[in-house]
Structures are given as structure tokens and as C-alpha cells.
Design a protein around this ligand. Sequence first.
Ligand code: DAH
Length: 329
Amino acid sequence: MLKLNKLFQNIKTEIKKSQKKEELEKIRIKYLGKKGILTSYIKSLKNLSFEDKKKHSISINTIKKEIMININKQYEILNNILLNQRIEKEKIDISLPGRRVKNGSLHPITYTINYIKNFFSRIGFQSISSPEIEDEYHNFDALNIPKNHPARDSHDTFWFDKNRLLRTQTSSMQIRIMKKEKPPIRFIFPGKVYRNDYDHTHTPMFHQIEGLIIEKNINFSNLKWIIYSFLYDFFGNQISIQFRPSYFPFTTPSAEVDIINSRGKSLEVLGCGMVHPKILNNANINSNIYSACAFGLGIERITMLRYEISDIRYFFENDIKFLEQFKYN
Ligand code: DAH
């Protein structure tokens, strides 16, 4: 009995010392498992008298129970330690300020395109998108641009091969529309155009909006009214508008329009004119019955003028500091 009590004391300290659940399990197996020390004690009782056997087995079983109780207690202690360590590790400071999600906003070019679409839809124009990869016919030939015109030169045009190119102007869409739709026609086509140019007022890709009206009695004053109405709507009444006679192979007469802002700064923003009868006839529209006017507007240009942006390249550098300024438009 004495030996047993001593062993029990030792087991208890062993249990208390254990720091891991696995160690506890090992202790359990060592003493209480099938081949455990206490189990072997019970087996060794078989040679004793019935009375002794009974007496000893009762005390061994009591110790076994006690050991189990001790193991379970230690198990709980270890569990609590682990839990507290985890709580400590995963602690979050709810008093810290949260991370704010920054709201994005429309790019100023998108904003201008939407503005223009909105304006023209109010005066009966439909807006459609158009292909950026064009062929020589739609971009040049059908628009009456001569074979030897410098704009066809590789300096200005990005050619894919002898025939295909990145369109240099949204005017290419005029021909497609004329062939597809029957007059009266009143369309705008916004989109990207490409030219091999790069400085503070030119980028190799920029945006234009083309407008085309084909009706029975459309004339130059109608065109002027449309352009004045749009420009005053977009810039307010502070600006002056200047129509300058010009030349485009696909319009006659042709004009270019400059905007002069309140500080006297002037910038050319669009080209326009009455569509050349030859172009209408080429597209099987009878120029004796119908007349047409068209305009092509540089989106970056008017956005620069409106917000006094000095360099067109800002639009495409994706600098958040620049873009954020247009958040509240
Ligand atoms: N396509 C011309 C350009 O990119 C602009 C233009 C001029 C468009 C006259 C027109 C127009 O529709 O009638 O410079």
C-alpha cells in the first residue's frame, strides 16, 4: 500500500508537470493502458488470498479513478491555456479606425462623352458605337481623301497591312451609316481614334464624336445652330465661338471651330461642314433630294478647355491625384 501511495503521488506530479495534451495521453497509457503499470499491479494480485485480492484491488481501482480525475483536470487546464493563448493572438482592437473603401469615379473623358450623348439625345440624335479597326475605303477613299494625301502616310496612320488600319477619324463611320440606314438620319458616333502623334496636345489615341444629319432640307445654318447650342451648353455663355473657313475633302463648305475662353485662350475643337454630294452619291443617297451636314469633335480638347487642363497626357497617366479632382462632377 505504501508503495502504491508513493506511486500515486509521483503520478500526480507527473500529470501536473505535463504541458501538452499528447504528454497527458502518454501518461494515461503508461499507467492505465492495457499494458500499463497499474493494470499490471491488478494482474499480479492473482496469487493473493481472496480477502487480500479484494482489499488491494479496491484501493488500486480508487487510485485509477483518482488518476483519471487528475488527468481530466489537467486536460481542462491545458485547454484553457491554449484558448487564452489563441484569444490573445487573435485579439482585435475594435477602437482602431476602420479602413475606408475609396469610391471611384468616372474618368473625365467618360464624363464628357456621357454629357455629349445626353445633350444630343435631347435634340433627337441616336448614339452608336463603331469599329476601331477600319479599312482604307471607309477611312479614306469613300471620304474623298486623295491617294496622295499626307494623312495616309505612315507618319499619321497606324497600318496593319496594305488595307487595314486603326481609324484616324470617326468620320469613317459616316459611310457605314449611310449604307445601312435610310434618311432621315440623325446620329452621333463617339469613339477612339488613332494617329501617330505625341506631345502636350496630341496622344496616339484620343476620342472624337462624329455627328451626321441627312435630311431633305438640312443646311449650314442648321449645323451652326446645333454647334452653337452644344458649345454654349457645355462651356456656358462665357466663351466666344469662332467659325473659320476650312477644307475637308468630304465636306463643302467646310469650317473649323475655335473656342476662345474668358482668358482669351483659343483652341480648335471641331471640324464640320456640309457633306460633299459626291459622298452621298457614293453611298447611294440621292444628293438632289437629300443634303447632309456633319461634324467631328475632339473630346480631349473640349474637356481640357473646360477644366483648364494644360497637357492631354494627364488623361492617360492614371494618376489618382489628377482623376480624383473629377469626383464630384
Ligand atoms: N474627321 C475630321 C478630323 O478628324 C473632323 C471632321 C471635319 C469631321 C469635318 C466631320 C467634318 O464630320 O464634317 O479632323
